[in-house]
Design a protein around this ligand. Structure first.
Ligand code: 0WD
Ligand code: CA
Length: 387
């Protein structure tokens, strides 16, 4: 089987569901996953405006960065499925969704109309009436290695790129606290700039949401909490996405920033995250400014406040949503959620400007159902639940 969807496809309506957090889980400082639903592993935003005058250097500590190896930093299905299973064991019900996947995959699809050079490669399988989608990790890893070795040819540039990457994590560790402000010691707050930076810890929120008739269950990394976490309901409205960017000084940089802001909007919109905080650094990695955006105001900013784009129209978020709606609709129509004998590759090829869905004929189906995506534990659990 071979099906295609043109990049010009748009859904007629984009009826949206308010995202609702179902569960959370986390990656700990040693890189292991804690799939018990522990909200206390979240960190909290605290960075008063006046702290900007302190001219923090976001490259400080670069040499001591505790950086998780790339092979361990892939979107990890076994831990997601374990967390879902624990949640279902508590409720006694299967989570309702047509598609279960990581938010990053959906961000790639949603932003595709404005990022058409991107190559996308995902696996899709149906299990227990739901579709599960994951990255092709091999392609993802080799793409990253290639990018890295290409830039390694110019050591200075390579170092700059590495420090820029680091500065994002440094910014996170500078503006967050391990607990709400009132529960932190003054010394914890004031020594944050000296802390060793690590990207091992992650807090993942799993959210039920959807577009049109398609219901999704998306797992995404959340950076921190804005103020406090309510007992129940509206949790994602209290989350923050942290970003860093170079200070914007000319029209070209403004254009690039708009595209970044668009991608950030997509990322936050999908999980229902309300707050975005950008740290702006100069070429010497000094933090010059910190700006807060409400996710819902970003589409208005992009539409009305846009820098002229050469021969291109403004960034229209609702158009991207119509595309996203069309893709999900097409997927659930073309993959039979009850047919567990098949596996598919979902590929976007920029030269053809189409998505293709190919049925895989090799050993992929067996591998994906034997640990590469589904785990034996999760399969047994769902069989038990269905009885
Ligand atoms: O390529 C990787 N290493 C990826 C890892 C790609 C996509 C996801 N992931 C992992 C994440 O680390 C997390 O454990 O999957 C899980 C869920 O992620 P998600 O929320 O679906 O991923 P996404 O929305 O793409 O990115 C969220 C964060 C990033 O934050 P920023 O502020 O940079 O968007 O996941 C991390 C990163 O912290 N992340 C990556 N880290 C290193 N290399 C990468 C990457 N290529 N992609 C995402
Ligand atoms: Ca972030």
């Amino acid at each position: 089987m071979f099906k295609t969807l043109s990049l010009s496809a748009r859904a007629e309506t984009t009826a949206l569901k308010q995202p609702k957090e179902v569960l959370t889980y986390s990656r700990t400082t040693d890189g292991t996953w804690n799939t018990s639903d522990l909200r206390d592993s979240a960190s909290y935003y605290y960075f008063p405006d006046s702290y900007v005058d302190r001219n923090y250097d976001l490259s400080t500590g670069f040499k001591n960065f505790r950086s998780i190896p790339e092979e361990q930093n892939l979107a990890h299905f076994p831990s997601l499925l374990e967390a879902i299973q624990k949640h279902e064991q508590q409720t006694g019900l299967r989570v309702k969704a047509d598609i279960v996947t990581f938010r990053g995959i959906m961000t790639d699809i949603l932003t595709l109309p404005l990022n058409q050079n991107k190559l996308l490669n995902f696996y899709v399988i149906a299990f227990d009436g739901q579709l599960f989608i994951k990255h092709d990790d091999e392609i993802e890893l080799s793409r990253r290695k290639q990018e890295d070795s290409a830039s390694a040819a110019d050591p200075e540039k390579h170092r700059h790129q590495k420090i820029c990457q680091y500065s994002g994590y440094k910014f996170e560790s500078l503006v967050t606290l391990p607990a709400p402000w009132a529960n932190c010691k003054r010394s914890t707050i004031e020594s944050r700039h000296k802390k060793t930076v690590s990207n091992y810890e992650q807090y993942i929120s799993v959210v039920r949401t959807g577009i049109g008739k398609v219901k999704t269950l998306l797992a995404g990394e959340v950076d921190c909490v804005w103020n406090y976490l309510p007992e129940n309901g509206g949790l994602t409205l209290h989350y923050v996405e942290l970003k860093t960017s170079r200070v914007v000084e000319n029209a070209n940089q403004a254009l690039r920033f708009e595209l970044k802001l668009f991608r950030t909007w997509a990322q936050c919109f999908l999980l229902g995250i309300k707050h975005v905080v950008y740290g702006f650094r100069d070429d010497k990695y000094i933090l010059k400014d910190v700006e807060h955006f409400n996710t819902e105001e970003i589409p208005v900013l992009l539409k009305e406040n846009s820098v002229p784009r050469k021969g291109q129209s403004n960034i229209v978020c609702v158009d991207a949503l119509k595309w996203y709606g069309a893709v999900l609709d097409w997927l659930v129509k073309n993959v039979d959620a009850k047919d567990e004998s098949k596996a598919y590759k979902l590929v976007f090829d920029s030269s053809l400007r189409t998505f293709t869905l190919n049925e895989l004929m090799g050993g992929e189906n067996k591998a994906l159902r034997g640990g590469e995506l589904l785990t034996p534990e999760f399969i047994s659990w769902r069989r038990l639940l269905a009885q």
